[in-house]
Design a protein around this ligand. Structure first.
Ligand code: FES
Length: 323
């Protein structure tokens, strides 16, 4: 249930969600998100931006995007205090990893998971720095919380109306790769692409760069060559076999695994259906997936033991799924 709504910036609202019966909510880790069901076919993912130590509430912050797909406009228009809301349990594909130092880089509303992560790092006395790129002080979401004593001294806020942008120059911490340092990036697609490309060019290893997307980006390349890109774009037919029954289902080039399975009555958990939330991750028992999601890290994709059935395909004639 929507408990309170408050202004987080000129275009962003914070929503405090509590259980309708006043009970506790499932616990979460910093970096987690929830699905918010806004209508029969309108589901959006929002990061939890409060402290994981808070048991009785979830806090999400949503920037109104007048050029987006409509979720934020619907949410700003329809969510009022007291409204009951269907949400998923928290899911985390953007967890903090073990490292000696953490560099958090947020663009605009991408601050939401990173704020929770920064507070978690501060609470455990870990070494970190948080860079937050915004258009102006008026448009900086959740600025007040960033300026608290626990985070303030380790936070650098950059305002583009003062010429301080990621394109004008990355933070010094990103220019020289350091071993045992983890970098986390969240923000608009163009911002993330730029920061990751520059950090990679500076020498950071893919396993050190952690990203969170809430809109699909370009299809991921598994090896960086032109051949991989071509394979990622072309869709071909293959077969999925379900381990529990042994039944095989042909997947035509123009349908997804999830579409085929749900049409046959095989239950698959779905949410974003764009490869960005992780709801449909399914264990692969045999065969090689052709990963097209934004959820798994390069290492996880290379392991080839899980697949997002809403969008990914197969590099082998058959995939055996643990369903
Ligand atoms: S349903 Fe969201 S990744 Fe597949």
């Amino acid at each position: 249930m929507v408990h309170t709504i408050s202004l987080a910036s000129g275009t962003s609202l914070s929503y405090e969600l509590r259980a309708a019966d006043g009970g506790t909510l499932p616990s979460f880790e910093a970096g987690a998100h929830i699905d918010v069901h806004l209508g029969p076919s309108l589901v959006r993912q929002y990061s939890l931006c409060n402290s994981p130590r808070e048991k009785g509430r979830y806090l999400i912050c949503v920037r109104r995007d007048d050029t987006g797909r409509g979720g934020s406009r619907t949410l700003h228009r329809d969510l009022t205090v007291g409204r009951r809301l269907r949400i998923s349990p928290p899911r985390n594909h953007f967890p903090l990893v073990t490292a000696e130092h953490h560099v958090l880089v947020a663009g605009g509303i991408g601050i939401t998971p990173l704020l929770s992560m920064a507070e978690a790092l501060a609470a455990r006395g870990a070494s970190f720095v948080l860079h937050h790129y915004t258009s102006s002080a008026a448009e900086a979401p959740l600025l007040e919380r960033l300026q608290t004593s626990a985070l303030g001294e380790r936070t650098v806020v950059h305002h583009s109306d003062q010429g301080d942008t990621a394109r004008a120059g990355l933070p010094a911490e990103l220019l020289v790769p350091e071993p045992d340092t983890a970098v986390y990036v969240c923000g608009p697609e163009g911002f993330m692409t730029h920061v990751v490309a520059k950090a990679t060019a500076a020498g950071w290893q893919p396993g050190q760069l952690h990203t969170e997307r809430f809109a699909p980006g370009a299809p991921p390349s598994t090896g960086g060559g032109e051949g991989d890109a071509a394979k990622a774009e072309a869709a071909t037919a293959f077969t999925v076999r379900i381990a529990s029954t042994g039944t095989a289902y042909p997947v035509p080039a123009d349908r997804t695994i999830a579409e085929v399975l749900t049409a046959q009555g095989v239950e698959v958990e779905l949410s974003c259906e764009q490869g960005i939330c992780g709801a449909c991750l399914t264990t692969v028992l045999a065969g090689e997936p052709d990963h097209r999601d934004e959820v798994q890290t390069p290492d996880e994709r290379a392991a080839n033991d899980r697949i997002t059935v809403c969008c990914s395909r197969a590099r082998t004639p058959e995939l055996l799924l643990d369903l």
